[in-house]
Design a protein around this ligand. Structure first.
Ligand SMILES: CCCCCCCC/C=C\CC(=O)SCCNC(=O)CCNC(=O)[C@H](O)C(C)(C)COP(=O)(O)OP(=O)(O)OC[C@H]1O[C@@H](n2cnc3c(N)ncnc32)[C@H](O)[C@@H]1OP(=O)(O)O
Length: 294
């Protein structure tokens, strides 16, 4: 019953229903599309699926595509809830695209961080109820995408030889999560667990993530998406204004703070990343990622 469509050609639910499109999929969704958006014509739940093989890493273009997709869904008043998912079997999102940080062009680096900040504004501050369907690894900025949602459903690790992991592992890489991301962590899992996780750069297996409140539910792999969509239906039925006001009670001060310090944050990021020591770390990390493969 899904209406699959490119994010640029998102259909209004009413239109889709009138055209009978909820019964068929568009065939022009191409592999090169970084993000796919679909709407369930019956429930009005939108699903944004990250589709950037091999690992959905957040390049400048990927960040922009996510923001565009969120804005397109938000512009449709009949839609109240959104699922964020991945089309890749073992990865939700591998975090920032490290190649963006390696020997960067300063203008592109500035735009890149700006577009990453923008996802925080658009997803963490969304009027929509947002559910993360985490059917794979979600390190660092991948974890940030999940933290920016209202509810997190992760694939269970039970019986898996190589369970997926989630967390802010920046410290292990020798870099530091920005304060706004650190506060998302603290606000979600509490001061002590966040201190431990941030200091040690911990990546949590699903059962640990559930135990510390980093995710809200674990389900078998094949159920992650359908369970997230069912949860989105539930959230979409809560009176929208009251739900948004409650969300903003918890998040507005954080969002306002980054809005007020956005340029400063970007300047700090740029000087941090372009520093010689950081470049050595990034270079080494990129090599270790490709060595892992060989
Ligand atoms: C204000 C201060 C600012 C300071 C800056 C701090 C910014 C802080 C915010 C966020 C930080 C980040 O997000 S950094 C990114 C952190 N991410 C990771 O550490 C994850 C790295 N990747 C993995 O661990 C694994 O790839 C995986 C577990 C996600 C998946 O494993 P799998 O075995 O399925 O895949 P491979 O490892 O073989 O990878 C396939 C392919 O993808 C490349 N790859 C992986 N991750 C990234 C990435 N994040 N960016 C770019 N490229 C990535 C990997 O090298 C392989 O490439 P090749 O096939 O070409 O070898």
């Amino acid at each position: 019953m899904l209406v699959a469509t490119l994010s640029k050609r998102l259909l209004r639910v009413g239109q889709a229903k009138r055209c009978g499109l909820s019964l068929r999929s568009f065939s022009d969704a191409k592999d090169k599309d970084l993000v796919l958006t679909s709407i369930d014509g019956d429930t009005g739940v939108a699903t944004i699926t990250m589709n950037q093989a091999p690992v959905n890493s957040l390049s400048l273009e990927m960040c922009q595509a996510i923001t565009t997709a969120i804005k397109e869904v938000e512009s449709q008043p009949e839609i109240q809830s959104l699922v964020l998912a991945s089309s890749l079997p073992g990865v939700f999102c591998a975090g920032l695209d490290i190649t963006e940080l390696h020997k960067p062009d300063e203008k592109r680096l500035t735009d890149f961080w700006h577009s990453f900040q923008q996802i925080y504004f658009d997803l963490y501050g969304s009027r929509l109820a947002t559910i993360a369907a985490i059917a794979g690894h979600a390190p660092a900025a991948g974890c940030m995408l999940a933290l920016s949602c209202d509810y997190r459903i992760m694939v269970s690790g039970a019986g898996s030889k190589k369970p997926s992991t989630i967390g802010l592992n920046e410290t292990k890489l020798g870099i530091v999560a920005p304060s706004w991301l650190g506060y998302q962590y603290i606000d979600t899992i509490g001061q002590r667990q966040a201190e431990l996780g941030l200091s040690l750069g911990l990546l949590h297996q699903p059962e640990q993530a559930l135990a510390i409140g980093l995710v809200d539910e674990l389900v078998p792999r094949e159920e992650v998406l359908s369970r997230a969509q069912a949860e989105a239906v539930k959230w979409g039925k809560i009176p929208a204004k009251a739900r948004l006001a409650s969300k903003m009670l918890a998040r507005k001060a954080r969002l306002d703070h980054l809005a007020a310090t956005r340029k400063e944050d970007n300047d700090f990021f740029r000087s941090f990343v372009t520093n010689e020591t950081a470049q050595k770390i990034i270079d080494g990390y990129l090599q270790s990622l490709s060595k892992k493969k060989s």
